[in-house]
Write a protein that binds this ligand. Structure first.
Ligand SMILES: Cc1cc2nc3c(=O)[nH]c(=O)nc-3n(C[C@H](O)[C@H](O)[C@H](O)COP(=O)(O)OP(=O)(O)OC[C@H]3O[C@@H](n4cnc5c(N)ncnc54)[C@H](O)[C@@H]3O)c2cc1C
Length: 322
């Protein structure tokens, strides 16, 4: 089976999330006797294609119409590449971009799709996928029936793949600009403040809940602690609903799903909808003023106290050590 892995990049190179997706793609290839092909797209991305070629053969779609590539265009390129190479399985990282573009490509290809996959294995001759279901209440093994199979991978569940084996070839895809959809027009892009790692990619996530009273406090306490630890920041929905944090930081059933090495929950009660987004974290530590808070039943480490007193002390201690 041919496995097409859609890779994301930024100005500096391949995104970490895509290298994590590659780790599962390699496992899928190993247990299904599959062959990996990679897809990168954009404009003037020769350096990205070369970086990707260190992992496997690469299809490169490089043309002006794919600069600031919108989801409708990306989906068409993915679907065309999947058809061209006869992919039986299309994979990508479960990032916002990946869910949007790979999911749309799935619609064009008409296959069967699973998102946020955390493992794969051959079971009774069928490639099975592990993913959380029912708001994280169930960790299920599922089989997909369709052609092709389309899978997005929860990046934080995997270490990033390292280059290996022989370098692959780069094949330029012939994409006619006139055939690309025009339903979405790129207007502008803004950079996120702070330059912190994305919450879905970070090895450590510092996450704040309703205990945090305003945006300045969030930045000072949650952001400040995250910066000392090289961590990404997250939040409960309570802070998003209150306009204190942006939607992209929400962790949970209706937000991002994360599985970092360490998830630090600060002033978060531990509602089931929040747990659904972080219960696969390797270690969970919680700080909460209420000793009866449900998060303590789930956390590996707990500290009872006022976040407004504890966090500044933690930041000061870490910065002294640094
Ligand atoms: C369909 C649906 C989907 C949802 N999806 C999500 C989702 O994706 N993500 C999500 O997070 N929620 C989601 N929710 C909401 C969820 O049910 C909870 O309401 C929410 O998670 C609560 O956020 P919280 O823990 O920050 O606030 P609270 O539950 O109010 O908890 C605040 C905690 O802070 C503690 N605290 C207060 N002051 C301090 C202090 N000074 N120091 C330390 N601790 C303090 C309190 O003891 C308390 O435990 C969803 C709900 C529904 C119905």
């Amino acid at each position: 089976m041919r496995i097409l892995v859609v890779l994301e990049h930024d100005e500096r190179g391949l995104r970490l999330a895509s290298r994590c997706a590659l780790t599962l793609a390699r496992e899928a290839a190993a247990c299904s006797d599959g062959e990996l092909e990679l897809l990168v797209m954009g404009y003037e991305i020769g350096f990205v294609a070369q970086e990707a070629a260190a992992y496997a053969p690469v299809y490169c779609a490089d043309l002006p119409g794919l600069q600031h590539c919108t989801a409708d265009r990306a989906a068409k390129v993915i679907a065309d590449a999947a058809r061209d190479c006869g992919a039986g399985l299309v994979m990508g990282a479960s990032t916002s971009w990946g869910k949007d573009c790979v999911g749309r490509a799935g619609g064009l290809l008409g296959g069967a799709m699973a998102t946020d996959v955390t493992a794969c294995a051959m079971r009774d001759g069928i490639l099975a996928w592990r993913r959380a279901m029912f708001a994280g209440g169930v960790g299920a093994w599922i089989a997909l029936e369709g052609d092709p199979l389309i899978v997005t991978v929860l990046p934080s569940a995997f270490d990033p793949a390292e280059p290996g084996g022989e370098a692959g070839e780069v094949t330029q895809m012939e994409v006619e600009e006139a055939t690309l959809p025009n339903q979405i027009r790129f207007e502008s892009a803004g950079t996120k403040s702070g330059g912190r790692p994305d919450v879905t990619e970070a090895a450590i996530v510092v996450s704040g809940g309703r205990a945090i009273r305003n945006s300045d406090d969030y930045e000072r306490l949650i952001g400040g602690l995250a910066d000392q630890m090289g961590a990404g920041t997250g939040s409960s929905r309570a802070l998003v609903d209150a306009g204190i944090t942006p939607n992209e930081l929400q962790v949970g059933q209706t937000g991002k799903i994360v599985a970092p090495d360490l998830y630090l929950a600060i002033g978060i009660s531990g509602a089931v909808q929040h747990l659904a987004g972080m219960k696969n974290s390797k270690v969970v530590a919680a700080i909460n003023s209420d000793p009866e808070a449900p998060i303590f039943e789930f956390a590996d480490y707990g500290l009872v106290g006022d976040a407004y007193e504890i966090i500044p002390e933690l930041i000061a201690t870490l910065s002294d050590d640094g």
